[in-house]
Design a protein around this ligand. Structure first.
Ligand code: NAD
Length: 487
């Protein structure tokens, strides 16, 4: 069994207490390795390492060109180890290998995007009503605490680290306690680039045990969090104590809206992929399927016809399209929602149970579809974060819009129609940070990602993603030599 260590100040370290945590393969229950379980004090040391690297180390003064070269080297390192990383990702978080391979390639793309962007960070000059040379400097914020979830472990690490480093910050990244292995493998890749010690620190531990220190510590200048909305609220409160900069990427209960004039086959595929990719454990999952009533019956029939094609099994098995849920506790939570759906009177069309033909200790659950869900049901309002799709029929465009926006979340939405005017009307009226038309889920490193309402604060990726890691300073150089003579 592999003994992993955390990476702090350029050293591979264990927890001061000696405490460790076993990391499991959710597809068969096997132990993949053990990682150190950091305490708050351990986290404080990691913050000190990042603080020292920012305040005293060379990173802040390293040229943008050099920082970019480090990031290109990280991307190259990821590509060299791509198949190893994809396998590790699948084994640790359960997703089918093809999905993990996509994530790993995209993580490399993300480092490349920000490697190129490092040299494009620039200030501005403004013409002001005084004899002054006035300009704007963009500067790194400082020490960034970064907390990520378990559903896209390496990709989320890339989304956090790449822009922060391009901007000249130093980082302490805490992956989820369930899925830290690819982040630790990334630490090895980063170490090989020769990046100065303490610029990147990758530490393992629980949220309350270690993560909170990143939100609380006055030595941290910014906290960037991706995870559940309840955790995000807590982090926001804790960060408020020192008016820390924050970015929050939180949950969603996203509407995927199918109009009768949509391309039928594409919409069926998009509805299933939107709901069941990564076992539905996606913040932007199209977990509310709004279907125009005139095609409702045939659409439901077409969905059910395709469900048997979703092969369930360990993510490393060829042809598997749905792996296990990330943990036993998480499966329990999803199953509790399925029970709630039954009690609320929704019609269970398929799934709802553990597949009984799999001879496995994995945390599997069948793809589950509820029909005749009403917008007030809990399964239509709360984020389930599993393979559970709620179908809500609608009659008019106005009604679809009203249902779509009737949520505290605002991360993503999908619209399926051949009517361009209608698509644009919907896109403009839907309150969400991401809108898809005649597709679901694709996103690009070049484009901003983030939510309206309780789905978060700020944007990651694209040009917006680097803004989240930059401070802005106004500089005014007086060009009048005479004293101002005010007194
Ligand atoms: P979570 O909130 O339980 O945990 C996320 C991370 O926060 C983990 O690293 C965890 O250890 C840490 N954490 C937990 N409690 C903490 C605390 N008190 N202080 C500091 N850190 C703490 O979420 P999860 O179950 O890992 O992930 C699922 C959630 O993430 C879903 O709600 C999903 O929608 C959201 N998510 C959002 C996006 C997005 O881009 N908006 C992307 C992926 C996941």
């Amino acid at each position: 069994m592999k003994q992993y260590r955390a990476w702090v100040g350029g050293e591979w370290v264990v927890a001061t207490s000696g405490q460790e945590r076993q990391i499991f393969d959710p597809g068969n229950g096997e132990v993949l390795g053990v990682v150190p379980e950091f305490s708050r004090e351990d986290m404080d040391h990691a913050i000190d390492a990042a603080r020292y690297a920012f305040d005293q180390g060379p990173w802040r003064k390293t040229s943008a060109l050099e920082r970019g070269k480090f990031l290109f080297a990280v991307a190259a390192g990821i590509r060299v180890k791509a198949s190893e990383l994809a396998e590790l990702e699948t084994k640790n978080c359960g997703k089918p290998l093809a999905e993990a391979e996509f994530d790993i390639a995209d993580a490399a793309n993300c480092f490349e995007f920000y490697a190129g962007l490092a040299t494009k960070i620039h200030g501005e000059t403004m013409s002001v009503p005084a004899n002054s040379l006035s300009f704007i400097l963009r500067e790194p914020i400082g020490v960034c605490g970064q907390i990520i979830p378990w559903n896209f472990p390496l990709l989320m690490a890339a989304w956090k680290l790449a822009p922060a480093l391009a901007a000249g910050n130093t980082c302490v990244l805490k992956p989820s306690e369930l899925t830290p292995l690819t982040a630790l493998a990334l630490a090895e890749i980063i170490e090989e680039t020769g990046i100065p010690p303490g610029v990147v620190n990758i530490v393992t531990g629980t949220g309350p045990g270690a993560g909170e220190e990143l939100a609380l510590s006055e030595k941290v200048d910014k906290v960037a969090f991706t995870g559940g909305t309840a955790t995000g609220k807590r982090i926001m409160q804790q960060a408020a104590r020192s008016i820390k900069k924050i970015s929050l990427e939180l949950g969603g209960k996203n509407p995927n809206i199918v109009f009768a004039d949509a391309d039928f086959e594409s919409a069926v595929d998009g509805a299933l992929f939107g709901a069941f990719a990564n076992q539905g454990q996606v913040c932007s999952a199209g977990s509310r399927l709004l279907v125009e009533r005139s095609i409702h019956a045939s659409f439901v029939e077409a969905l059910l016809e395709k469900i048997p094609r979703i092969k369930i099994g360990h993510g490393m098995e060829p042809g598997v399209k749905m792996g296990p849920l990330v943990s036993s506790a998480h499966r329990d939570k999803v199953e509790a929602y399925i029970q709630i759906g039954r009690e609320e009177g929704a019609t269970l069309l398929c799934g709802g149970q553990r597949p009984n033909d799999l001879n496995s200790k994995g945390f599997f659950l069948e793809p589950t579809i509820f029909d005749h869900v009403t917008p007030s049901m809990r399964i239509a309002r709360e984020e389930i974060f599993g393979p559970v799709l709620a179908i809500i029929p609608f009659d008019t465009e106005e009604e679809a819009l009203q249902i779509a926006n009737d949520t505290e979340y605002g991360l993503a939405a999908g619209v399926w129609t051949k009517d361009l005017n209608r698509a644009l009307r919907m896109v403009r009226e839907i309150k969400a940070g991401i809108a898809w038309v005649n597709t679901y889920h694709p996103t690009f490193n070049e484009m901003p990602w983030g939510g309206y309402k309780q789905s978060g604060i700020g944007r990651e990726l694209g040009l917006y993603g680097i803004e989240a890691y930059l401070e802005t300073k106004q500089v005014n150089i007086n060009l009048d030599e005479a004293p101002i003579g005010w007194y």
